[in-house]
Design a binder for this molecule. Structure first.
Ligand code: COA
Length: 144
């Protein structure tokens, strides 16, 4: 299992994983490319036998980082990959000078919310009807 930063060539595979993990609202190749090309973006992934099994990315502005995306391919979940990606992103955010990280999570997404809570995030407020289907988001924050 290799933990490494994204390359431009990874974006096709990540876009396919976005469709698998977020069928209602996947990041497209174009959205991924726009983020990837920003100096403020940092993306990390786990690669196993040539396939990407988990990935995540942050966007950092001054002392704040935003967790933009994180997912593990369905058949590889519950084995610590998400935690590993999150830890790498937190470490890089701190290195880039961020003092806190924010994220949004669907109120129904218990798996992700538990991952964030057990890794030091806490809920700060809800954003009503934040998602296109009308679901609310919980904004979570961790001091770095
Ligand atoms: C959220 C997600 C990234 C977690 O990835 P993962 O590789 O399964 O995560 P890990 O195995 O490292 O688990 C980390 C922690 O998350 C929590 N967790 C993950 N899946 C869980 C589940 N099905 N039920 C309960 N807790 C869960 C647990 O606290 C777990 O720690 P533990 O195994 O020590 O109990 C994964 O479920 C996923 O890709 N979901 C779809 C995409 C998504 O919702 N991304 C987040 C958007 S905000």
């Amino acid at each position: 299992m290799t933990l490494r930063t994204w390359t431009y060539e990874d974006l096709n595979q990540i876009a396919a994983l976005e469709q698998e993990c977020f069928p209602a609202e996947p990041w497209t190749h174009q959205m991924l490319a726009e983020s990837y090309l920003s100096e403020r973006f940092y993306g990390i992934l786990l690669e196993e036998d040539g396939a990407i099994t988990a990935y995540g990315g942050i966007h950092t502005v001054e002392d704040e980082a935003e967790l933009e995306l994180i997912a593990t391919s369905e058949m590889y979940r519950r084995c610590g990959r998400g935690k590993r990606i999150l830890a790498a992103l937190l470490k890089e955010a701190k290195k880039r000078g961020a003092r806190r990280m924010f994220l949004e999570v669907r109120v129904s997404n218990a798996s992700a919310m538990l991952m964030y809570l057990t890794n030091g995030f806490s809920g700060v407020y809800a954003r009503s009807r934040y998602y296109p289907d009308g679901e609310d988001a919980i904004v979570m924050k961790k001091e770095l």
